[in-house]
Design a protein around this ligand. Structure first.
Ligand code: HXC
Length: 274
C-alpha cells in the first residue's frame, strides 16, 4: 500500500509565538512545509520578517505579527487579526519564552516577574484567546506548549522558568480535560538542550557551561531545532488526533540519565551555611 501524503496540514492556520528565531522559527517552517499557513508572532519585527521570508523561499505561506505575549489586549487583538486575515485559527504553539540563570537568592522581583509574565502569563494569554476563538467558531483545534523536563524536577538557577513551566504543564493537563468537549487537544513537548542562539546565550554562555551541559546528555550532543520541530509537527497534526494532555520529551536521554547517574554537580554547602 502506498500513501500520497504531501501536505497533511493544507488549509490549516497555525499561530506560533516566539516564531522569529530558534525552536519557534523551525516549528513555523516545518508546519508551513506541511501545508499550513503560519502566523509567526514575536517581539522583533526583523526576526519575524526573516522567518516569513525563509518560509516563502520554501514555498510556504506565512504572515508576521509583532506581539508581546505579556500583554493580554495585544494578544486578543492579534488573534482577532489573524482570524480576519486568514479566516480561521486551527492551532497555537506557545513557544515564546524568557530565561536566564540566576541564583534564587539574587533574583529581583522584576526578574521573577519578567520570566513568569512571558512563560506562564503569556502562555495563558494566548491559550485563552485562541481557545475562546475555537470554541466560538465551533471548530476543533490543537494547542502545543513548549516546556522543559525541569517542569517536574525543578532546576537550581532557574527557579522562575522552572516554576512557570510547571504551571504551563498543569494548565495543559487541566485544559486537555476541560476543553476535550470542544474538540481542542492540548499537549506539551519538553526539548532538552537545543542548539539555538537564545538558549545558548541564556543558559550556556561559556565553553565550560556548554561542556557541563553536554556531559549531562547521554547522546552527547545538543538537539537540532528541526528535531524538536518534527515532534511539534506530529502533535499539531491529525496523526496525533487521540493524544491530549501528554508531554513528549526529546532530550537525548538527559532527564533519564540524571536519574540514573545523579546530577553532574552537587554544590558544596554555602560558606556561611548554618
Ligand atoms: C539576573 C537578570 C538577568 C540575569 C535579566 N535580569 N537578565 N537578573 N541575571 N542574567 C533581570 C533584570 O535585571 C531585570 O530586573 C529583569 O530581569 C527584567 O529584565 P529586562 O531585560 O528588563 O526584561 P525584558 O526586556 O522583558 O527581557 C526578558 C528576559 C530576556 C527574560 C530578561 O532575557 C528575554 O527577553 N529573553 C528572551 C529570550 C530567551 O531568554 N530565550 C531563552 C529561552 S531558553 P531588575 O530588577 O534589574 O529591573 C528556555 C529553555 C529552557 O527557556 C529549557 C532548557 C533545557
Amino acid at each position: 500500500m502506498s500513501y500520497v501524503f504531501t501536505e497533511p496540514l493544507a488549509g490549516r492556520v497555525y499561530l506560533v509565538t516566539g516564531g522569529g528565531s530558534g525552536i519557534g522559527a523551525s516549528i513555523a517552517s516545518q508546519l508551513a512545509q506541511l501545508g499550513a499557513r503560519v502566523a509567526v508572532a514575536g517581539r522583533r519585527q526583523d526576526r519575524l520578517d526573516q522567518t516569513v521570508a525563509h518560509i516563502a523561499e520554501l514555498g510556504g505561506q506565512a504572515d508576521a505579527y509583532p506581539l508581546d505575549v505579556r500583554d493580554p489586549d495585544q494578544v486578543t487583538g492579534t488573534v482577532a487579526g489573524i482570524a480576519e486575515q486568514s479566516g480561521r485559527i486551527d492551532g497555537l504553539v506557545n513557544n515564546a519564552a524568557g530565561n536566564f540563570v540566576c541564583p534564587a537568592e539574587d533574583l529581583s522581583a522584576n526578574g521573577w516577574r519578567s520570566v513568569i509574565d512571558i512563560v506562564l502569563n503569556g502562555t495563558w494569554n494566548c491559550t485563552s484567546a485562541v481557545g475562546r476563538h475555537m470554541i466560538n467558531a465551533r471548530r476543533p483545534g490543537v494547542i502545543l506548549n513548549v516546556i522543559a523536563t525541569y517542569a517536574w524536577t525543578g532546576h537550581p538557577g532557574t527557579v522562575h522558568s522552572a516554576t512557570a513551566k510547571a504551571g504551563v504543564l498543569t494548565m495543559t493537563r487541566t485544559l486537555a480535560v476541560e476543553w476535550a468537549r470542544h474538540g481542542i487537544r492540548l499537549n506539551c513537548i519538553a526539548p532538552g538542550p537545543t542548539s539555538t542562539a537564545g538558549a545558548g546565550a541564556a543558559l550556556w554562555g561559556t565553553d565550560e557551561e556548554r561542556e557541563r551541559v553536554l556531559a549531562s546528555v547521554p547522546m552527547r550532543r545538543f538537539a537540532d531545532p528541526d528535531e524538536i520541530a518534527g515532534l511539534a509537527a506530529f502533535l499539531m497534526s491529525d496523526q496525533a488526533s487521540y493524544v491530549t494532555g501528554e508531554v513528549l520529551t526529546a532530550d537525548g536521554g538527559q532527564a533519564l540519565g540524571k536519574q540514573i547517574y545523579g546530577p553532574a554537580v552537587v554544590p558544596a554547602p554555602a560558606e556561611n551555611a548554618p
